[in-house]
Structure formats: structure tokens, C-alpha cells
Write a protein that binds this ligand. Structure first.
Ligand SMILES: [Zn+2]
Length: 186
């Protein structure tokens, strides 16, 4: 059995060989991956050197698997704090400053006190300084306009933004499935 220090996660691709999700990256534990192999739900595209043994057989742990049945991703992403940050690429929509999520805030373009609602179309990512500066004024009152008009993103758009933020762990065998285009450009 694999030791505790290494978890041997498997990158999970959809049936079209794109990651099921970029952000968070779709990854299964080796236990779930092996189970899916036995249930014949996935194809194994790449393996670790590490093997697991059962009384009757030995298999190498999969490092990249692809679903045999295509899963359609939802076209309307959830309206969550995180997805707003992801839509705006973690950048303040007023000064372009980039920051990790804990340092970012939300700004109602039309302030709530002026009737603005909490929707995709009225909420943007803002740094603390810009949020404070704008206060409860309308954009035209303070000459602060969002870099791009906020709107509901497609799931595809969020996935594309998510590609810019790689996870902490990337096995070498995953790269072909994640960075095909960037590899070609470099
Ligand atoms: Zn700012």
C-alpha cells in the first residue's frame, strides 16, 4: 500500500480528455481511481510506478484517468464569492491589483444603499483601498468604473481563468493534459 507521505492522486479527465475541472483541479484519491478502473468507468492513460497488491492481483496506480462517459458541465456557474473572484481573475476591478482571496473584497457597483442588488451584474472584486475609496457612491459620482462590465460568466470562462492558477501538486504525467498549449508556445 502507498505510504502516508504520498497520496498518488489521479488527474481525472472528461471523456473529451480535458480535465473535468481546472479549478479546483479534478483529482481523485488513488482508492477512488482504482475503484473506477475496476468498475470499468474510466480508461487509464498514465500510471505511477507504485503498485498496489490484493491477494489475487497487482496493479499500478493510475496517475491520469479519463471518464468513459462524457459528463456535461453545468453552463450556469454558482453565484459564490469564490466564483466572483475567479471571474475577475483575483484582480481589483478598479486598480487591477492582484491579491489572494483573503485580501480581496466585494464592491457593489451600484451600492446597496442606492438600491443595488447582490448579483453577477452588480458585484465586482475590489481591493480594500478601492472599496473604501468608492464607499457608497455611484461610479459616475466618484469616477470609478469597473475594468469590465460585470456579468454572469459561463462555466467555460471560469474554467479558463482557473487554468491560470495551478494547484500545489502537479505530477509530471499530468502536464500533457493541462498545459498542452502553453508547452507548445514555450
Ligand atoms: Zn483596487
Amino acid at each position: 500500500m502507498p505510504d502516508g507521505g504520498h497520496h498518488f492522486p489521479a488527474l481525472v479527465l472528461n471523456a473529451d480528455f480535458r480535465p473535468l475541472s481546472y479549478f479546483p483541479l479534478s483529482v481523485w484519491s488513488w482508492q477512488d481511481a482504482v475503484k473506477a478502473v475496476f468498475l470499468d468507468r474510466v480508461s487509464v492513460l498514465s500510471e505511477y510506478d507504485r503498485e498496489v497488491h490484493s491477494p489475487s492481483l497487482t496493479i499500478r496506480l493510475p496517475s491520469v484517468i479519463a471518464l468513459k462517459d462524457y459528463i456535461a458541465t453545468s453552463r450556469r456557474p454558482a453565484f459564490t464569492r469564490f466564483n466572483v473572484f475567479l471571474r475577475d481573475a483575483f484582480a481589483c476591478q478598479y486598480c487591477r491589483a492582484r491579491a489572494p482571496a483573503p485580501d480581496l473584497t466585494f464592491d457593489h457597483v451600484i451600492p446597496r444603499s442606492r438600491g443595488g442588488r447582490t448579483t453577477w451584474e452588480n458585484v465586482v472584486t475590489a481591493c480594500g483601498a478601492c472599496n473604501l475609496r468608492k464607499g457608497s457612491r455611484l461610479p459616475k459620482e466618484c469616477r470609478m468604473f469597473p475594468l469590465s462590465t460585470p456579468c454572469q460568466p459561463t462555466t467555460w470562462a471560469l474554467q479558463e481563468n482557473g487554468r491560470a492558477f495551478p494547484p500545489n501538486y502537479l505530477h509530471q504525467s499530468w502536464r500533457d493534459y493541462l498545459y498542452w498549449d502553453s508547452e507548445l508556445e514555450s
